[in-house]
Design a protein around this ligand. Structure first.
Ligand code: SF4
Length: 694
């Protein structure tokens, strides 16, 4: 319907995975503003407020630079406007041609963690049912795939075990590592900082003294790349000093003896030598965590984006189990996930190679039969290619067609020069997005889409809470809802999809996906307006605040017991040397989001941080003759960029930090293509570089 008057709807923030609820206002098809919901009880994740992105960041939706018409690249290489029929026909024809000539798996799809659950579900269905390809992945590959791999092995579900307000907001102590919580998950950080002010203990291990570390009782600066070392050191100390929860371990876990043996090698001396953590710091941290009644273990991409990412999180889960800090109030493993819907669209909906919606295994006969009965096609059984593998195969000429929905690999992949070459090598690239992204610049066809203030749907936040999203604005020009575009493509390829509203897609999701089995729009709109935390096995189930139980275990394995999986350390893929003597790490700033496609278009956010920069320690700056505010060249084996220097002791001597949000001075021109062998996540957090004044 045409929104021709002021509209107000309660909806969910489209930026980070805290999933704050607020009321959004719209007028004449544009978004006007947001305000926190009247009753804090209506906002399970944000009973304080919204952050600056939530409050002002919606302006991007009204940008004059939105894509408003389908575009097709003509014979002269120029993009020109086309009708929806022309664009959709061309996509259907070219993908079919490629599959006829090069085989079913010569094409792939990248789904979005920014779109709704319903849209993500349809992209993986399009890949598996319509195209028949096993190549479906999304950008969660690049952020928390190592978290998922580790938690699935140790506790069963690859997800946060507890709740934001009631547990992360109320813990007796915290161990936070690799998370710039204040800038990446601001409302969640506010909860933690308030709790710390009231007496909780905060322990932060991080190479960079991020804002949350300023509030810590124990901040320990670590050497980048040695997280398994200090985590196993903490476990060793805990066991050696009899600080572990023996009854919990006995009752609810397996493989404790293997863990005990493994951590013996992680002596305080070894921890100090490799991780740079002194024996006193190690002991203090271990004692603090062991004395606490409840501990939240929080982390983000500083831990996950390493070649040892999965091992890091195995060690984190082992530590939580050793301390018995799961399945009780104020305790739990709490990955702070990035994008608004990365839990749902990036995993729960099956946008992963080898994992159907609800993390169901396509090689399980019962599962395969269930999907075949609903779809009329059996989903491919074998795992397909990950995002980096798709680009590598594109470079080799083995993958020729790619359908990219709401992702920007041209800026988000490591070594972006290489990624750009791979995208250019594709025979046919179709990009569905809201702006002309760096990836869309390589596209043969561009399909203009709607964004979160313009759509009905659901997002699932980092605490597994499924929440409603409602529109207060209209997509501009001829832009359409993503689910409508994917449906139109499926219909052109001979599949009679006929959804009238995302609620019907959710009905199909709940039919096929046990952890969403009791989710429906009716419930989310009536009695369960606060959302539902999965698993929600049936329509009478109230949702699951705690995934596990301190007394009973109830871990997601047939015997209900958690598994200790001893973690191996190792060295980063690239170490400083004579030519590239500095270590580069990357991350976020408060005012921007991911590749900046959205936030770089909001004046109010750009006025705070309008360009890229490099943080450099005063002593490194002194040695290299670099002054604060001057432009410097940073170079790695992959490329070089010019950015402004910020001299600060947030980073240690010999370590640099550059944010990930900017195309000019793109940090991923420098990052390396070393991957975690289990999760396939790139090692964005550690690259060797050199720096010189201009
Ligand atoms: Fe949005 Fe995250 Fe800020 Fe909440 S903390 S308002 S979800 S960006």
């Amino acid at each position: 319907h045409q929104l021709d008057k002021i509209e107000k709807e309660e909806t969910t923030c489209g930026f980070c995975a805290v999933g704050c609820r607020f009321e959004m206002w719209g007028e004449d098809g544009d978004t006007l503003g947001v305000e926190p919901v009247d009753d804090p009880a209506d906002a399970p994740a944000n009973d304080f407020s919204t952050c600056v992105k939530g409050k002002f960041g919606h302006e991007f939706a009204n940008s004059e630079n939105r894509l408003t018409s389908p575009l097709i690249r003509n014979d002269d290489g120029e993009l020109e406007e086309a009708s929806w029929d022309e664009a959709l026909d061309l996509v259907a024809e070219r993908l079919t041609d490629i599959q006829d000539e090069r085989g079913i798996d010569a094409v792939g799809c990248l789904a979005s963690s920014k779109g709704s659950n319903e849209e993500a579900y349809l992209v993986q269905k399009f890949a598996r049912q319509v195209l028949g390809t096993k190549n479906i992945d999304n950008c969660a590959r690049l952020c928390h795939s190592s978290t998922v791999a580790a938690l699935q092995q140790t506790v069963g579900f690859g997800a946060m075990t507890n709740r934001i307000n009631e547990d992360v907001g109320e813990a007796d102590a915290y161990l936070i590592s690799g998370s710039n919580t204040t800038e990446s998950h601001p409302v969640l950080a506010t909860r933690i900082k308030q709790n710390v002010r009231e007496g909780s203990d905060l322990v932060v291990f991080d190479p960079r003294k991020v804002d949350i570390a300023e509030h810590a009782d124990h901040y320990v600066r670590t050497n980048p790349g040695y997280d398994v070392t200090w985590l196993n050191g903490l476990i060793r100390y805990t066991i050696e000093h009899d600080l572990h929860d023996e009854a919990f371990i006995e009752r609810n876990t397996k493989n404790f003896e293997e863990l005990k043996e493994k951590v013996q090698a992680f002596t305080p001396e070894k921890v100090e030598e490799l991780a740079g953590v002194s024996p006193d710091d190690l002991a203090e941290a271990a004692e603090t965590l062991a004395e606490a009644d409840s501990v939240v273990f929080g982390w983000a991409m500083g831990m996950t984006q390493q070649s040892t990412g999965t091992e890091n999180l195995l060690a984190m889960a082992d530590l939580a189990l050793v301390l018995g800090q799961l399945g009780k109030p104020g305790a739990g493993l709490s990955p702070f996930r990035g994008q608004n819907n990365v839990q749902g669209g990036g995993g729960d909906m099956g946008t992963l190679p080898g994992s159907l919606p609800g993390y169901q295994d396509p090689s399980d006969e019962d599962v395969a039969e269930k999907f075949e009965a609903e779809w009329g096609e059996r989903p491919p059984e074998e795992p397909g290619l990950t995002v980096p593998e798709m680009l590598a195969e594109a470079h080799e000429g083995n993958l020729e067609g790619l359908y990219v929905v709401g992702e920007n690999p041209a800026l988000s992949e490591p070594d972006v020069e290489h990624a750009g070459e791979a995208l250019a090598d594709l025979e046919f690239l179709v990009v569905q997005d809201i702006f002309m992204t760096e990836t869309a610049e390589h596209a043969d066809v561009i399909l203009p889409a709607a964004t979160s203030p313009e759509k009905h749907g659901t997002f699932t936040n980092t605490e597994r809470r499924i929440q409603r999203v409602r529109p207060t604005a209209e997509p501009p020009g001829e832009a359409r809802q993503d689910w409508q575009i994917t449906q139109a493509l499926a219909r052109r390829l001979g599949y009679g999809w006929n959804y009238d509203h995302p609620r019907e897609i959710m009905d199909e999701i709940s039919d096929l996906t046990p952890i969403y089995g009791g989710v429906s729009y009716e419930r989310l709109e009536e009695g369960d307006e606060h959302g539902l935390q999965w698993p929600v096995p049936d329509e009478d189930h109230p949702g699951t605040p705690y995934l596990y139980d301190y007394e009973e275990g109830e871990f997601n394995f047939p015997d209900g017991k958690a598994r200790f999986v001893p973690a191996d350390g190792g060295h980063p893929g690239e170490l400083p040397d004579e030519d590239y003597p500095l270590t580069l790490t990357s991350g976020r700033v408060l005012y921007h989001w991911h590749t900046g496609q959205i936030t770089r278009r909001v004046e109010g956010l750009m006025s705070h941080v309008g360009e890229s920069f490099v943080e450099i320690n005063p002593s490194t700056a002194d040695e290299l003759g670099v002054a604060d505010g001057e432009y410097v060249r940073v170079e790695s084996r992959r490329g070089e960029i010019v950015v402004k220097a910020q001299v600060t002791d947030r980073v240690g001597d010999g370590t640099l930090f550059i944010p990930m949000h900017f195309a000019a001075g793109a940090v991923n021109k420098l990052t390396q293509e070393t991957f975690d062998p289990q999760a396939g996540i790139p090692e964005y957090k550690i690259s060797s570089v050199r720096l010189e004044p201009l």
